[in-house]
Design a protein around this ligand. Sequence first.
Ligand SMILES: [Zn+2]
Length: 426
Amino acid sequence: MHLNECAEAPASASPEKNSPAASPTAGPIADADRYSRQVLFPGIGPLGQQRLAASHVAIVGCGAMGAASASLLARAGVGTLSLIDRDFVEPSNLQRQVLFDEADARDSLPKAEAARRHIALFNSRITVHARIADLTPTNIADLLAPTNQPAPQIVLDATDNFEARYLINDFAVQRGTPWIYAAAIGAYAATMNILPSNLSSRTLSERSESKGEGSASTVPCSLFPVGAPGEPFWLAGVTVPCPPTACLACIFPKPPTGNVETCDTAGILSTAVNLAASIQVTEALKFLTGQPHLMRRTLLSFDLWNPAGNATLDRSEISASTPRPDCEVCGQRVFTHLAGRDRAHITLCGRDSVQIHENRRPVDFSALRARLESHADIADLRSNDLLLRFRRGPLTLTLFADGRAIIQGTTDIALARSLYARFIGS
Ligand SMILES: [Zn+2]
């Protein structure tokens, strides 16, 4: 529940790393050098790089996916990043969460702040806002559309749970903000772009603002390959259709119920996360450089481990090109997750306990127990017909057959929700 802004000022590197003595090339690193290879890529070019510098991206979740995506965006020169995460760094994160080190895990540093500090070491020229918070219906507007600074142009999903994703979907569809779903579990990776209905006109108006004196001559025609040869597309009078895509609820009308596999129950390969993050960030770069018409319009997924010998099994692409007319969210514009109506009620109960009043998640205790038994972090795992209980560090989670849970050892609702989402599902 806490909301904490750790960095309003541009991130700065540690004195040791940034001191002239530590570097044979004293002084700041020029953007022209830093981004030279990326600018050479025709899809980006000098104007694309300028647009990235002026961009703001919010990343919800700063675990494996968020760290990978934040690292890629920061190195690409996206000018402002807002990193939103409720957790702290643990030793089991180091296998795949590329922005953290052993000291972060020893110090249990909040992930958003640890990521901000590490980004500052390789790109001190961008601004990173570390937002240590649990994304909820109450604070999502503050986090994704703050009134005291320019709002992020696009939101990247790097969460580990469907509750947060449906909340983001409601918010983004309501506000007309594009977002990119990404998920990884085991060796499986998936991603999908969700583009709003107002994107085409907004993007075109942004481009028309760029028609200022001198700008046209600096635009490589290859940046917008739809124009006549040698001309930026707006001078060619070409409009690029970019109709809305399906939203998350068009494809999956309801979040999954019952036992839901998570990274903490099914395990995860870092390579699967990095694949999903790479695709997600590439799609974001297309958007931020003004090329939404190049963005994928499918739910794309991969199984990186099993050589199916059949392309339809190890790589799958489902069309998400058109909104479903009867979709409750983008069609009927009913935002139940934003209203908090589909959200498990949570209360503090007794001393040092949090109760999650989920009652629509029937639990298969034997299946859940089988998944948790080999887990190194879990102790005192017990179950009977009525409940399942385990201890993890100072926290004890007691789960009932309808999905309700009591987490003892904390009054921190975000911490309790995180434990539940990781081991039971969301
Ligand atoms: Zn929809």
